[in-house]
Design a binder for this molecule. Structure first.
Ligand code: SF4
Ligand code: SF4
Length: 393
């Protein structure tokens, strides 16, 4: 494993510890969402780490200063040691959050989670209609999610609903908000699709039009006015429609630490796609060494790695040059400015994608669901491309 031996943030200062630890417990999932942010080749990744490994990760993460803990996946409820991990999280003083599709959450388990000290449950819906919810996830789970939402309320958890928005469901935003109100949600996260993983693969089918977004924004504003403090609504415009990038992860290796199902530690859940970067595994290395010393976590800390136009830009301390994964996916070089920025020489790749979204019928490619068969085919394609490249053919 490549360890750079550096303990600085790229500008000479030692970084603070992480605040957030995201435990991606498994890539197994009963759903097959078309926008899933898991890696395309998730089936090619190694075996899941053990309960003991996770317990050690939680202890080391807390010792480094992390205070927020997310259990996600895949579907984290597929791990039958989740109750044990929740209890340990509580004992260590984490604020813990279960990020779930709801599949597998029943009366027995929710009681056990309550007893073990789980603080928060975030339940995802794909849409307000059974038809689209079930189509987008390629399952029949809408009724079950409604039941789980009631269960969460009955057990006195704050109701946090998450709905990923895109071209196919964004026009239902009013109905989605009404459903959240009926279910007694305290928080609704209308998370526009992030174009990584399966979301990127299906991007041209998922990117909304500017008109759709403006309407959704207006509907949300009116709904907020009516509902007041009873429900907090988070609606963030997708960055493809902005002219400055988001401050991705609040800066590389600065706040977030993700551990994937096979134990690979990443500065963000998508970072494994970046070429030429070795990310250590918690199987071999302590979280402390990973956070402070690994090449993977140090590479894009600070601003010494930046190229123009970011290097001399007065805004670089605000957005850190945007997202490294998006820069790689859209320009081929993770050290470029995120092309969402209109100062980037490659900004046209974003505006071209947005322009294409306006033309009805311009995209005929089939939608690709996240499932094991598709993942294996994509992993095989990636392996073939890598072997062709290395043999120079
Ligand atoms: S986005 Fe959908 S398919 Fe992906 S992990 Fe979440 S629930 Fe599963
Ligand atoms: S040039 Fe770079 S640092 Fe400046 S605003 Fe654009 S992405 Fe941010």
């Amino acid at each position: 494993m490549s360890m750079a031996g550096s303990t600085t943030n790229g500008n000479g200062a030692r970084p603070a510890g992480p605040l957030w630890l995201l435990a991606e417990l498994t890539y197994r999932c009963p759903l097959h969402c078309v926008f899933c942010y898991n890696p395309l080749d998730y089936t090619a990744h190694g075996a899941e780490i053990s309960t003991d490994d996770w317990l050690r990760v939680l202890r080391e993460g807390r010792a480094l200063g992390a205070i927020q803990l997310g259990f996600s996946g895949g579907e984290p409820l597929l791990r039958d040691d989740l109750e044990i991990l929740v209890a340990e999280a509580r004992a260590l003083g984490f604020y813990s959050n279960l990020i779930t599709s709801g599949v597998g959450l029943n009366e027995t388990r929710i009681r056990a989670f309550k007893e073990a000290g789980l603080d928060h449950i975030q339940l995802s819906f794909q849409d307000s209609t059974r038809e689209l919810n079930d189509f987008l996830s390629s399952t029949r789970t809408f009724e079950l999610k409604l039941k789980v939402a009631r269960l969460i309320k009955e057990h006195d958890y704050p109701m946090v609903l998450n709905v990923v928005l895109h071209r196919l469901n964004i026009d239902h935003i009013e109905e989605i908000l009404e459903m959240a109100e009926r279910l007694g949600a305290e928080y609704v996260e209308l998370a526009n699709t992030q174009y990584y993983g399966w979301g990127f693969l299906n991007r041209d089918r998922l990117l909304p039009t500017r008109e759709q977004l403006l309407r959704a924004d207006e509907v949300t504003r009116r709904f907020r006015e009516r509902i007041g403090d009873r429900m907090r609504i988070f609606f963030v415009v997708p960055d493809y429609f902005e002219d400055r990038p988001k401050a991705c992860m609040s800066g590389w290796g600065s706040v977030f630490l993700t551990v994937t199902p096979d134990g690979t530690a990443l500065p963000c859940h998508a970072a494994r796609m970046l070429p030429g970067l070795a990310f250590p595994s918690v199987r071999d290395t302590s979280l402390e060494a990973i956070w402070y010393e690994s090449e993977g976590f140090n590479r894009y800390r600070g601003d010494a790695w930046m190229k123009e136009p970011c290097r001399t830009c007065p805004e670089k301390a605000k957005d850190f040059g945007g997202c490294r994964c998006q820069a790689f996916l859209l320009t081929g070089d993770p050290a470029n400015a995120d092309p969402v920025c209109d100062l980037s020489p490659q900004h046209h790749v974003v505006t071209d994608a947005v322009a294409r979204a306006r033309v009805t019928g311009a995209v005929t490619a089939p939608i690709i669901f996240r499932d094991d068969r598709n993942s294996r085919a994509l992993a095989e394609k990636k392996a073939q491309a890598a072997s062709t490249e290395s043999s120079g053919v």
